[in-house]
Design a protein around this ligand. Structure first.
Ligand code: AMP
Length: 187
């Protein structure tokens, strides 16, 4: 895979994100500007562009360097599954509390108001596996930090997080520590 190819993939994704993700003011509550990815998902060329660009994060010099792709409920699922297929590795869901049927690891983390709990099946990641995390938006970073801890509880290592968009006015990068963040766009 050449640098030129990677740059082309990144450019196509950035163009799709610029035109197909409208801002929705005051959703789900006053003061939040919600990034609505549903028009992007409905556009096959746009969806392919962002999936290709996210998948590049799981390769080095054209070689696949991850063993699993984890997507976080719910929009992370939609993106992580085709990224896993593109890389030829398995997809693993991280779900909200009480949704996974077998034994899980659970991590709770603070939201602006209250607390959330995420879960991962204990056997979903094997010890030593390298894991790419995929989500749509990196905001405060709480979801990614909790997911990284869940992967670690299984004995795996989150090696990078790939997102469509990073909200630069929030401390998402700081919250995820030394985990490399690859955002297709920063807003
Ligand atoms: P956080 O844990 O604060 O980084 O939040 C990340 C999660 O919340 C992601 O799974 C996003 O889907 C969602 N999210 C946060 N802020 C926004 C936003 N402005 N627009 C759309 N989704 C968002």
């Amino acid at each position: 895979m050449t640098l030129g190819h990677t740059a082309d993939v990144g450019r196509a994704a950035a163009e799709a994100l610029a035109t197909l993700v409208p801002d929705v003011a005051d959703f789900p509550e006053p003061g939040i500007v919600f990034k609505d990815i549903t028009p992007l998902l409905a556009d096959p060329a746009g969806l392919r562009a962002v999936v290709d660009a996210l998948a590049e994060v799981g390769r080095r010099d054209g070689e696949v360097v991850v063993d699993k792709v984890v997507g976080m409920e719910a929009r992370g699922f939609i993106l992580a599954a085709p990224v896993a297929l593109a890389l030829g590795v398995g997809f693993v869901p991280v779900r909200k509390a009480g949704k996974l049927p077998r034994e899980t690891h659970a991590v709770s983390y603070a939201l602006e108001y209250g607390e959330a709990t995420l879960e991962l099946h204990r056997d979903a990641i094997a010890p030593g596996e390298r894991v790419l995390l995929v989500d749509d938006v990196l905001a405060t970073g709480g979801t990614v930090a909790a997911t990284r801890d869940l992967v670690a509880a299984c004995g795996g290592t989150a090696t990078a997080v790939a997102v469509l968009m990073e909200l630069s006015f929030l401390p998402g990068r700081a919250a995820v520590g030394d985990l490399p963040v690859h955002a297709l766009t920063t807003v």
